[in-house]
Design a protein around this ligand. Structure first.
Ligand code: 5AD
Ligand code: SF4
Length: 493
């Protein structure tokens, strides 16, 4: 998998690209004001909504776990709910409907959801409704109703198109509403009501689901089969976003580069180039790429179109061809390194980041050593490393030679230590360079402006100007100091 774009922070075990600092908010018009009439304690009676003045009491709270795909799905869910007359609130206590958009990629991510449900279950007696969305919902299905009987809605991402109908059922008092059977759909969850959380940088999903079935991964079971969006629809959305002020677009997909245009008009690389040429768009990112479908024309497109960011996240998972075969990744170490060589041969330096799993069943010390030598060879700018976590339904679950947890942790630590040194050296090379950043915000405690480079590196900087630059502004910044995960500098203007 693959969809996790790097924040170039090896110590950050959240999914890369999860911008918790941007509150999700809508830029659309307010929905019709409605008020909920509820009766007493005990199991909630059907919610009935009546119109009254400007106050809106049909409220929801949503919390998102996991990857960028989930973050963006939540933006679409928020837009859909607002269209249905719901107003978003910031706390569980203030909401009528509490939604958790969940992640099940590793055991810990899954546990978080059940802890959170447990923390707030008392609210059920006050008439709140709970919905579990996303991968845990799809994976656990109706079992969630057994484990957490106060949950009213369980829906996987392939069923979000039906959210409006499901909401009506909940409003009418249904207590076990499910959206679980749509994983074979050819349709994508497109919505014109997307409530994007950041007014400058926005996601566009171009492909949903995954057909790769890597031996350790739940995604093909939770997000269903691979389906691409029409290129004309993607381009229309990019143009609309540019017209409303977005300058950066991030194309999303579990395997974004496995994109196949249903209209047959363009390849992934051509789509990238077309989006990079939409007037007003200054940066295009894409995540996550699968090595098997990573073709040379992607590097050619980056070379040819300056708005395509010079960064590629290419998860390798292991440096050992034997382990890659057991993982069913369908490439060898050598084939992976060939793709790295294309990028190293590009006209402008391309920053490369990856995902790695330590302690996959059968990984010997020699296999692990090959992962370490791969790090040395590639010289990544960021690595997201995870201990192997057995997942339900996956082929790896029944593989012999499981590695003890302490050994997985030990290998993880060795890997992170080595990578930190590689990054320290890589980042030092930027000293003295002038890099363009997009301003993301302020760090008042440090008196610094936070920017991001095209290579997706954080560059914290000071400015001689009396007023700090606003988020979304692009500026040249001279790098004066570096750390293994960030750069420090001074604005040039
Ligand atoms: N155990 C550990 N890591 C996993 N990933 C996916 N499934 C598992 C698992 N079962 C990692 C992969 C993937 C990243 C998003 O999460 O490295 O690229
Ligand atoms: Fe990525 Fe493989 Fe999981 Fe598909 S099955 S999402 S390719 S890790």
């Amino acid at each position: 998998m693959c969809l996790f774009a790097p924040l170039a922070n090896i110590s950050d075990q959240r999914y890369p690209g999860f911008h918790a600092d941007w509150p999700i908010r809508s830029f659309g018009t307010s929905p019709t004001p409605l008020i909920a009439i509820r009766s007493g304690l005990g199991p909630p009676a059907p919610l009935r909504y009546t119109q009254r003045g400007m106050a809106s009491q049909k409220t929801f709270y949503i919390e998102t776990f996991g990857c960028q795909m989930n973050v963006h799905d939540s933006e679409k869910v928020i837009g859909t709910l607002e269209q249905q007359g719901y107003a978003r609130v910031e706390t569980e206590e203030a909401a009528d409907l509490i939604l958790y958009n969940t992640c099940s990629i590793r055991d810990k991510a899954e546990q978080k959801v059940f802890h959170r449900l447990n923390d707030y279950k008392a609210l059920y007696r006050r008439g709140k409704r709970f919905g579990v969305l996303g991968c845990v919902a799809q994976q656990e299905g109706e079992r969630i109703f057994e484990r957490a009987p106060f949950v009213s809605l369980v829906s996987g991402s392939a069923s979000y198109r039906k959210l409006p109908e499901m909401l009506i059922q909940i409003e009418q008092g249904a207590t076990r509403v499910t959206g679980l059977d749509d994983r074979q759909t050819d349709e994508t969850f497109e919505t014109e009501f997307t409530a994007r959380s950041n007014p400058h940088r926005g996601y566009i999903t171009i492909i949903e689901g995954c057909d790769k079935f890597c031996a350790y991964c739940v995604v093909p079971y939770t997000r269903g089969k691979e389906r691409s969006r029409r290129s004309s629809s993607v381009l229309d959305e990019a143009r609309r976003m540019a017209d409303s002020g977005f300058t950066e677009i991030q194309l999303l997909g579990q395997n974004v580069n496995s994109y196949r245009d249903p209209e047959g008009k363009c390849s992934f690389a051509e789509l990238l180039a077309a989006i990079g040429q939409v007037p007003g768009i200054r940066r295009v990112r894409f995540t996550t790429s699968h090595p098997r479908d990573f073709t040379r024309d992607i590097v050619d497109a980056i070379d040819a179109v300056p708005t395509l960011c010079d960064h590629v996240h290419l998860p390798v998972q292991s440096g050992s061809s034997k382990i890659l075969r057991l993982m069913q990744r369908e490439y060898t170490r050598e084939q992976y390194l060939e793709r790295i060589a294309w990028m190293k041969g590009a006209k402008r330096p391309i920053s490369m980041t990856t995902d790695i799993i330590t302690g996959f069943p059968g990984e010997t010390p020699e296999d692990f050593e090959q992962t370490i030598t791969l790090l040395d060879e590639v010289q990544y700018d960021g690595v997201f490393a995870f201990k192997y976590s057995p997942r339900p339904n996956t082929p790896a679950l029944s593989m012999p030679d499981s590695i003890p947890d302490e050994e997985k942790s030990h290998r993880l630590q060795i890997l992170l230590d080595r990578q930190r040194e590689i990054q320290r050296a890589n980042y030092e090379k930027h000293i003295g360079q002038i890099l363009e950043v997009m301003v993301e915000g302020l760090n008042p405690a440090r008196g610094q402006v936070v920017g991001r480079t095209s290579q997706n590196k954080t560059l914290n900087f000071t400015t001689a100007q009396p007023i700090a630059p606003a988020p979304g502004v692009y500026l040249p910044v001279r790098v004066t100091k570096t750390f293994p995960n960030s750069l420090v500098g001074e604005a040039v203007v």
